[in-house]
Design a protein around this ligand. Structure first.
Ligand code: ZN
Length: 438
């Protein structure tokens, strides 16, 4: 047959005298924009074989010596790279699963050892062959004569296999942080001179390196990772926190524990740790990171200040620890813990759309304030931001007249609703009038 490729899975050594079949206990699948992930839970390591067939395109997964205890219906998910899943037992012991593809794929499969949340897992990733091309389209940076948009990468933590922390009422971190991220996305979208980049658009898993890679490929100017805190030690712990990367150890024991927990997402979400490239990448990134930490702390302080104005913050200052996801080469990056999902009251708040809006607003204000001072030189924001310090006797009208801008534009850019100005207050003045069509 033409175009047949066979990929042998990990042939793990079985105990010599063991005849016990491997149980397949559950199956699930997740769809990401560039791939579909299939996960089989087993009660021990198993061999498997993966074959790609063409005309029609399909992927066949064979798992020998199996005792099938689960329905495979859950593998039918919308948005998948396949239209249909078929399965059958061959010779009474080999499980064969056939995926009828709707696109060409590059498959990858691996076995994961048990961790705190799951037992043994067989993971099959089917990557769309055309994924590279379609995502390149997004990278095209919008340019006008006044400069390009700054790109704000919005990273909703966890997803798919990895639910993140789970509250006492069953709320999953991955769901509430995605809701906050969506709100932040629409705010960034509405902001003149800014463009959002969603690192995770719905309920699927992205590895820590995958998150950073995406931000770098799409040339993000800023990276905000959104999470919800959890602690078993103090059920009353509350408030939001902001973290930046540290390459020299954590600023507190709690920050270190938190970083360890957030960094374990790859183990839970399912990353093949034998992937040497990823390990090498993170080592290389460490070496060139220090330059952006200062910028990240600046950004983080602005965000925590805004959070402090609207609600309780857990720590007044930005904390630092070795968060893998923040090691984005040359990109100022922060991690926002939007509240304690382990606290019953805060769990309820995190589900509340008003609170989600509050958090998104605070992050937006911090980001806006950061770019007001640090807009990259080739951007629209750099050409529009002039700072004006209010002097005694000045009003919105006199300032508007002085700079030949509308009062409406001044109000909008500075989020001013009333007429009161304070002496010493800093106003941002829109310069490129045509770009800020107000
Ligand atoms: Zn998290």
């Amino acid at each position: 047959m033409i175009g047949v490729r066979i990929l042998m899975g990990l042939c793990l050594l079985m105990p010599a005298l063991s005849f016990a079949a491997v149980q397949v206990q559950a199956a699930r699948a997740w769809s990401a924009p560039d791939s579909t992930r299939i996960v089989l839970d087993t009660d021990g390591p198993a061999e498997h074989r993966l074959t790609v067939l063409h005309d029609p395109d399909r992927v066949v997964v064979d798992v020998p010596n199996v005792d099938l205890k689960a329905s495979l219906d859950a593998l039918n998910v919308s948005g998948a790279v396949y239209d249909r899943v078929r399965s059958a037992m061959h010779d009474g012991q080999t499980l064969r699963i056939v995926f009828d593809l709707n696109t060409r794929v590059r498959p990858k499969s691996f076995f994961l050892k048990p961790n705190e949340r799951y037992g043994h897992r067989l993971v099959v990733d089917l990557f769309r062959e055309d994924a590279g091309e379609s995502s390149k389209g997004d990278a095209s940076v919008q340019k006008s004569s006044a400069g390009r948009d700054v790109i704000v990468a919005i990273d909703a933590g966890h997803g798919g296999e990895d639910s993140g922390a789970i509250g006492p009422g069953g709320t999953k971190e991955k769901d509430v942080v995605l809701a906050i991220a969506e709100r932040l996305r629409s705010k960034v979208e509405q902001e003149p001179g800014m463009k959002p980049l969603m690192i995770r658009g719905s309920d699927y898993f992205v590895s820590l390196n995958g998150r950073r890679r995406l931000a770098q490929q799409q040339r993000a100017d800023l990276f905000v990772s959104i999470h919800a805190d959890s602690t078993g030690r103090n059920p009353k712990a509350r408030g939001a926190s902001v973290y930046a990367l540290s390459t020299k150890g954590a600023s507190s024991e709690a920050a270190r524990v938190l970083a360890d927990s957030e960094n374990s997402t790859d183990l839970i979400g399912g990353v093949n740790l034998e992937d040497k490239d990823d390990v090498l990448t993170s080592v290389l990134l460490d070496l060139s990171q220090t330059g952006t930490i200062e910028a990240s702390l600046d950004l983080g302080n602005r965000v925590i200040n805004e959070l402090g104005k609207v609600g309780s913050v857990h720590k007044e200052r930005v904390e630092q620890a070795g968060f893998v996801v923040l090691k984005s080469l040359g990109i100022p990056s922060i991690l926002v813990e939007s509240g304690f999902i382990s606290n019953r009251t805060e769990e309820r708040k995190l589900r509340d759309t008003m609170y989600q809006e509050l958090i998104a607003n605070s992050v937006m204000r911090g980001v806006r304030s950061y770019f007001a001072d640090h807009a990259p030189p080739d951007t629209l924001l750099a050409s529009t931001n002039i700072q004006h310090v209010i002097q005694p006797g000045e009003t919105l009208a006199t300032i508007a007249q002085h700079y030949q801008v509308s009062i409406l534009a001044l109000r909008s850019l500075n989020e001013i609703t009333g007429d009161l100005l304070q002496v010493g207050q800093v106003l941002r003045i829109p310069r490129a009038l045509d770009a800020l069509a107000h």
